[in-house]
Ligand binder design. Structure first.
Ligand code: DQA
Length: 157
């Protein structure tokens, strides 16, 4: 498939949503906005068409299921956009899964985790991803996808 860049570049990206993100729209809208997860996934799908890539969204409230999906991603995807939700601040296991598969990943957060409670200031994931985008609401996902695709294009072999 040919994207806006006009080359034959094509990539498949896994978008992982962690715990409680299925509640988006109703969950603390002052912090996370009023858009549902389905709406976010639709915006990502539209951006993917524009970029000439494929996105596969997946949400789970379970740490092990997220880890299984990170492992399985190596077979089908070239990169991962991940909002690990609260697991960002607790999960060595998700960090190890990302470090253990040979796939570039971008960490995203709707809220600016550094403007919030102290316990949100540490991300176990940040040291094993290309970069982190935090605080731009739904746009964090779009920026994260753009950054990942830019990275993949640059490192295309
Ligand atoms: C979040 C920030 C986390 O601290 C929180 O636990 C979430 C969502 C965000 O997108 O802003 O569930 O990852």
């Amino acid at each position: 498939m040919t994207g806006i860049h006009g080359s034959n570049f094509y990539a498949s990206v896994l978008v992982l949503h962690g715990p409680n993100l299925n509640l988006l729209g109703q969950r603390e809208p002052g912090v996370y906005g009023s858009q549902s997860l389905e709406e976010i996934n639709s915006l990502l799908a539209a951006e993917a068409v524009r970029l000439g890539v494929k996105v596969t969204p997946f949400q789970s409230n379970h740490e092990g299921v997220l880890i299984d999906n990170i492992h399985a991603a190596t077979k089908q995807h070239q990169g991962i956009v991940i909002n690990a939700g609260a697991y960002t601040h607790t999960s060595v296991a998700i960090r190890d899964a990302i470090a253990g598969v040979n796939l570039p990943a971008v960490e995203v957060h709707l809220s600016n985790i550094y403007r919030r409670e102290d316990f949100r200031h540490n991300s176990y994931i940040a040291p094993v991803v290309i970069g982190q985008i935090s605080g731009f609401g739904v746009q964090s996902y779009i920026l994260g996808l753009q950054a990942l695709v830019h990275y993949l294009r640059k490192n295309e072999t």
